[in-house]
Design a protein around this ligand. Structure first.
Ligand code: RRO
Length: 312
């Protein structure tokens, strides 16, 4: 039998798959469904300091090759997720990840301080890449602000933690971001990629943008971003030092794309659009498909092929 187990930031996952933050994880009822699924872990919706309703609907629409969203960070406020993390049963085999996305560095500091004070075994993923809050550019595209934020937050978190990055499209940007990440000792992983920001989907018949917020501009996800995701996973896998890891996300609709993410260097794989469309039963399917691929190729564990993509 193929072994799909992995570990992230020193924490063991029974298999490499979990949800991308934002999908199936705003409310406890959804998190419960993830717990009941065959996912290897789960992560909560990115939290802001205060509860947010998010942007007006329609704000998520599936497309023929993926999805577009401008949810606008709807979430229950960080105390809800802090309480969830306090009450979480850590004897459960699935470790818990918590996503934080403060609207300012001060908000991130306040939230991280409270998580640090609670000293919980959950792992923080700080979101530097929400593309959908009007008037708030993504931190991940401002190298100076990102380095400053990491230098402030990392000593407060103390434990190993991760950041969610936007996709980059230039080798100079891969170099610059990796250099920043490599300077932060307890930054244990980067999650690549958040949605490809500010796409526009237009309905041909009605000649109208398909989502309402931001004149129809929103983050793209699903099959159409697979190759951008693979490039970002591989670019960071090649550049990160000191055992830092990459979590792959983007374009996984079956075991085949999950296999490609690991080949590119992913240590775990998150699922966004496909989970939203297919529901948590997707985890059983993708696990089975990846196991079958590994068996057919003679790989027994993820280590056998992680990062081993060949080049010409
Ligand atoms: O809530 C959102 O609009 C959202 C967030 Br925070 C994010 O990080 N990525 C995304 O595609 N949507």
């Amino acid at each position: 039998m193929a072994d799909l187990s992995t570990s992230i930031a020193g924490v063991a996952l029974p298999n490499l798959f979990f949800n991308a933050s934002g999908v199936w994880c705003q409310h406890e009822s959804e998190l419960k469904e993830l717990l009941d699924s065959e996912s290897g872990s789960l992560i909560t919706k990115s939290a802001t300091f205060e509860h947010r309703e998010g942007n007006p609907s329609p704000r998520y629409v599936p497309l023929p090759t993926g999805s577009i969203n401008s949810m606008g960070l709807p979430n229950e406020g960080f105390e809800y997720y802090l309480n969830y993390a306090k009450n979480y049963d850590y004897t459960n085999k699935k470790p818990l990840f918590v996503s934080l996305s403060g609207l300012s560095l001060q908000d991130n500091v306040k939230m991280v301080e409270q998580f640090a004070a609670a000293d919980l075994p959950c792992v923080l993923e700080i979101n530097f890449s929400c593309p959908n809050v009007p008037g708030k550019p993504q931190l991940g595209y401002d190298m100076e602000a990102m380095e400053n934020a990491l230098k402030v937050l990392a000593p407060i978190v103390k434990k190993p933690f991760g950041i969610k990055l936007p996709p980059y499209f230039d080798i100079a940007h891969f170099d610059a971001v990796a250099a920043i990440v490599n300077k932060i000792d307890n930054l244990a992983f980067v999650t690549c990629v958040n949605s490809v920001g500010n796409g526009l989907a237009i309905d041909f018949e009605t000649e109208t943008a398909v989502i309402k917020p931001k004149d129809g501009f929103g983050g793209l996800g699903g099959a159409m971003i697979l190759n951008t995701a693979l490039a970002n996973v591989n670019a960071f896998h090649r550049r990160l030092t000191g055992g830092k890891q990459v979590i792959g996300v983007g374009g996984v609709t079956s075991g085949k794309e999950a296999f490609l993410h690991v080949l590119a260097g992913a240590s775990a794989v998150q699922i966004g659009t496909q989970l939203k469309e297919e529901g948590p039963s997707f985890f059983a399917r993708v696990k089975k498909e990846l196991e079958e691929i590994m068996q057919a190729k003679g790989y027994k564990s993820l280590d056998d092929f992680r990062g081993k993509v060949k080049t010409l």
